[in-house]
Design a protein around this ligand. Sequence first.
Ligand SMILES: [Zn+2]
Length: 176
Amino acid sequence: MIVLNNPNIHLFRYCPHCGRKNLAVSDKKSFLCGSCNFKFYLNTAAAGIALIFNKNNEILITERKYNPAKGLLDFPGGFVDPGESIDKCQIREVKEELNLDISSLDYFCSVPNTYTYKEVTYSITDFAFICGVNDFRPIKARDDISKFYFIKPAKLDKNRFGLDSPKIIIDRLREE
Ligand SMILES: [Zn+2]
């Protein structure tokens, strides 16, 4: 038997086109229906990560309110909605989570990642941007974050972050 590196190999059985229980893994991102030949793709989803610094060169980090990685640290951000640009996603997520308005966006780096929710593993491309904020006075923790902190990048403890992309981004920030 050929072992394919599809993380959802045992999860998707029913064809979304014909409804028969004849779906099998085709490759790392697709499934093929043995009855109607429909190919079902789980393509990579895009997500934004906002790197926000204050005047003291401290970076803004959040604490996750929900699983995955509840109670662990994260950067602000989230998934791009259908029909949305990565820029608009960053602006929306930072407003939702922290009530802050982003004034500028500068691409920093991109990291491939995975995200598992209720046993289904999604492949993600995280896009990190340095996001400018002119006014921090409206800041408050809301939506899916429980707390926020400003901290010098040199003092960040990677092990307190729940997901993998922030750990890679912290390394990149220290190289700068
Ligand atoms: Zn089918």
